[in-house]
Write a protein that binds this ligand. Sequence first.
Ligand code: MN3
Length: 245
Amino acid sequence: MTMKNTSRRAFITDAAKTTAAIALSATVLPAFANRNNDKNSGSIPYKQRPLLYGYADLEIAIDAMTMEIHYTKHAAAYAKNLGEAVVAEKVDINSVSLESLLGNISKYSAKMRNNGGGHYNHELFWQSLTPKSSQRPEGKLLAQIEKDFGSFDAFKTKFADAGKTRFGSGWAWLVLDKNNKLVIGSTPNQDNPLMDVSELKGTPLLGLDVWEHAYYLKYQNKRPDYINAFWSIVNWEVVAKRLEQ
Ligand code: MN3
């Protein structure tokens, strides 16, 4: 590609408007590519979705300052850096979704891996939270959890253990594997189960950020307390929709 930077930017922005509109109209969830259609944000191809709640609305589990710093600093940096990486590595974001980029992440740089995962994981995480949690899943999702883990309590214990035992920074996951079975596991850093480099593979239904930046202000070293509080703010309706898709 020999386009000058300015025209490449214009190209990405114009084409992104169309695809963003298509992505939004097709489904509310989980079109995580979030291609940018904001005229005011220049060349940044990936954009954070607005939160559906205020920073202070999850205080039963996560304090407002943590939410604000996490969303406006940490997660914002992943989106920005992913945008830089796709430009630098000449990814045509109009033909390559974020999901398929992650599926071939071994072909790209560490910057792409860290920030592609970081952007995807956080967008999924924010959508999985709500101040009005039903506290437990129901319907098909509950039935499948009971089938694959024995009971909702057994599922919670196993998921919590995945988060507690992830050494250092990473994520705990509930995924649907290729045999349509629910599986629990964890990934290091910003890796996720869509990545070809990941040991845990499948479609992410629920992810919990267990990086210290996600809980340290309120919980310090007490990661298990943070994980325990997480159950009070899970948006089970969103998780159930992901399972149906
Ligand atoms: Mn985080």
